[in-house]
Design a protein around this ligand. Sequence first.
Ligand code: ATP
Ligand code: MG
Ligand code: MG
Length: 328
Amino acid sequence: SSRYLNDFEELQPLGHGGFGHVVLCKNKLDGRQYAVKKIRLKDKTLPVNDRILREVATLSRLQHQHVVRYYQAWFETGVVGIFGDSTWGSATATSSTFSHKGASSAGVGQENKLESTYLYIQMEFCPRTLRQVFESYNHFDKDQAWHLCRQIVEGLAHIHAQGIIHRDLTPNNIFFDARNDIKIGDFGLAKFLELEQLDHDAALPTDTAGVSMDGTGQVGTYFYTAPEIEQGWPKIDEKADMYSLGIVFFEVWHPFGTAMERHVILSDLKLKGELPPSWVAQFPEQASLLRRLMSPSPSDRPSATDLLKHAFPPRMESELLDNMLRTM
Ligand code: ATP
Ligand code: MG
Ligand code: MG
């Protein structure tokens, strides 16, 4: 039987990307809500390639206050669930489990070769993205802006300490949890899995609800991508994320009035390295930090731990108190 259907009640689709669907689910046992990501794999036979197991094991190592929490992952074969599938209804499914303690995948007999194998990932549900908050066009005050940036950088420092490069750090992949704390998510699993293992569904439209368009009508990851990734350097390191962080940092400190204004200013920044002079005059420290984060040479960019140690103002008393209360 299907573990997914036994343990979860599907509430609503949250969206889909190139490689899978994310569904808001209620766990029948604990009554809590989770985001469950389903990824259809091309390889229809179990056990699945070691590399996938290693990568999910890597995800499971990420345990941090500012990283989307991962609970468990498992495989199922068969048509499962009603949301996010071209085929509706349910069928018998065989499942193969591994917990975050380590990977063990039992070879499961395959009855119907036409059925797909899915990788399910149960994650913490995050109700909002930073993109949505930017688009509410509220300005952050100085304390709020530093507070947000610090939470993002703390999450990123943890990710990098685990030897992981996010590679897709954008406001769409930075979430807020139910308490309005930052959670970095969506580790572009596609980027650490072998691409040919994933069944890319070309029939899906490329936009989803909640995904923002830039001024040209394209989904915007363009502004955030480090030059060495665009140029296809053979070796990418964690500094690629620091470039992306720079652009996110800029958006926190420079709210845009309209999507068109955002497009124009981010284009000038990306293509000409130009910042609005009035903004530079108002935020000289932030401007010089941004320039360092956007250095063409990755090694010239500060690391996440450098930022926490040297570039950010000390935490406010109230934040320290918050954190103490949180751990009690
Ligand atoms: P791609 O990964 O192909 O670039 P994507 O990031 O839009 O595209 P997914 O990662 O599959 O696609 O995510 C699909 C949708 O689910 C997105 O709208 C995303 O905001 C939402 N989502 C992902 N993880 C969570 C989560 N933990 N809580 C709430 N929503 C989530
Ligand atoms: Mg995403
Ligand atoms: Mg994604």
